[in-house]
Design a binder for this molecule. Structure first.
Ligand code: AMP
Length: 395
């Protein structure tokens, strides 16, 4: 008998879902709803190798989840076999440090946390409520993006600001992309046939959003994202680290209000801001090859920021067994990986060019045999990790 789990990832205008059999880890169906709240929305649903599509206006998350039900009813498999639903919850704050069965109290807790994650938590809550209506008789579970980083030591999560203000407003480093960092770090140790407890690694989750973590014996000890997912590495459209003095400077000199500064740093910065709208590495490399100086600078800044973090986490960990690349850029952009590792040659880290192939769908060692640190590509699978976590909680 299969054990299907439905995993849901609700964004402000999108819903991603997968039905996964946790016994075989087979994806029984997957789908994506886009453009919720706009005039023309759509759903795509894939099962048994066939792709189906519905185009219609989707007002809100309740309508989106009703459409998910319709897709399963029309094309299968039957939702009646699903044993539990796993929901991606972005911000767990100080309260939620592990995957949690959803009760009304948990929904209230998430609602309180919306102040810390105004872009991410409200759509997640809307998705939970709608899914509970759709599947009222089975458990719903929340998987927190921040949970893996609840092990950070105080010296890593504390910002050096006034203590009382920090306590009052829950200001600290939380970290994000935890499901991916957790999944990938376990997979990397397994692939290297090493006990997780003795394995130190630096995990680079490089997607449209990007973050890096220092993982000591399976336990996260530092990460680049902070109070919000804006801090750290250069991302597709997010700036990553900037001088905090920039906020008041822009308010004073450019007359921007806090929403405008937020929009600038989250949506008009990063690679896109530097390279005239190119946030995707495929566009970026096309422009670099055509001699575009802005694209070249964007890539240089990206690599510089990343190797600065890698160097810093080498010092934090003391001994590093592996540097691990994952997510869209980390798994596919072999030319970018080559340039990153080239900057670490002075520390004895070396790639094997033959192993550094463009698309890595399975864990792959890409470093040379004489490299001081193993370099790996480990494809992430947040949906599978969420399904597994959900199954653990309901058992
Ligand atoms: P993610 O957020 O993990 O889905 O990653 C999305 C990003 O991965 C895109 O914005 C691209 O920059 C990058 N990406 C995806 N496919 C490729 C590819 N074949 N080559 C280079 N970069 C890629």
């Amino acid at each position: 008998m299969p054990t299907p789990i439905l995993v849901l990832n609700c964004g402000s205008s999108s819903v991603k879902y997968q039905m996964i059999d946790v016994d075989t880890e087979e994806v029984l169906a997957s789908g994506l709803i886009e453009k919720i709240g706009l005039a023309f929305g759509n759903l795509t649903h894939t099962t048994q190798g066939l792709l189906y599509r519905i185009d219609e206006t989707i007002k809100d998350h309740t309508e989106a989840l009703a459409l998910v039900t319709r897709a399963f009813d029309l094309w299968g498999p039957s939702l009646s076999t699903v044993v539990a639903v796993g929901h991606r919850a972005v911000h767990g704050g100080e309260r939620f440090r592990a995957t949690t069965l959803i009760t009304q109290d948990v929904i209230d807790g998430l609602t309180d946390l919306s102040e810390l994650a105004p872009l991410h938590n409200p759509p997640g809550i809307a998705g939970i409520k709608a899914a509970q209506k759709m599947l009222p008789d089975i458990p719903h579970v929340a998987i927190f993006d921040t949970a893996f980083f609840s092990t950070l030591p105080p010296e890593a999560y504390t910002y050096a600001i006034d203590h009382d203000t920090a306590v009052k407003y829950h200001i600290r480093k939380y970290g994000f992309h935890g499901t991916s960092h957790s999944y990938v770090s376990k997979k990397a140790a397994q692939f290297m046939e090493r006990d997780l407890e003795g394995f130190n690694q630096i995990v680079c989750h490089l997607g449209n959003g990007a973050s890096i973590s220092a993982v000591q014996g399976g336990v996260a000890v530092d990460t680049s994202m902070g109070l919000t997912p804006l801090a750290g590495l250069v991302m597709g459209t997010r700036s990553g680290d900037v001088d905090p003095g920039l906020f008041s400077y822009l308010q004073r000199e450019a007359g921007m209000d806090s929403q405008e500064v937020d929009a600038l740093l989250n949506k008009q910065s990063g690679l896109s801001g530097l390279a005239d709208g190119s946030s995707d590495f495929r566009d970026l490399w096309d422009k670099i090859d055509a001699g575009d100086e802005h694209a070249q600078l964007a890539h240089d800044v990206y690599v510089h920021r990343l190797i600065s973090y890698i160097g810093s986490y080498m010092a934090v960990l003391g001994r590093v067994d592996a540097i691990v690349f994952t997510a869209g850029v980390g798994e596919n952009a072999n030319r970018t990986r080559e340039l990153i590792i080239a900057r670490l040659n002075g520390l004895g880290v070396r790639l094997d060019p033959e192993r550094n192939t463009p698309r890595n769908k399975v864990p792959t060692l890409i470093s040379a045999d004489d490299s001081s640190i193993a370099v790996l590509v480990v494809p992430t699978n947040e949906e599978l990790a969420m399904a597994r976590e959900t199954f653990q909680v309901i058992n």
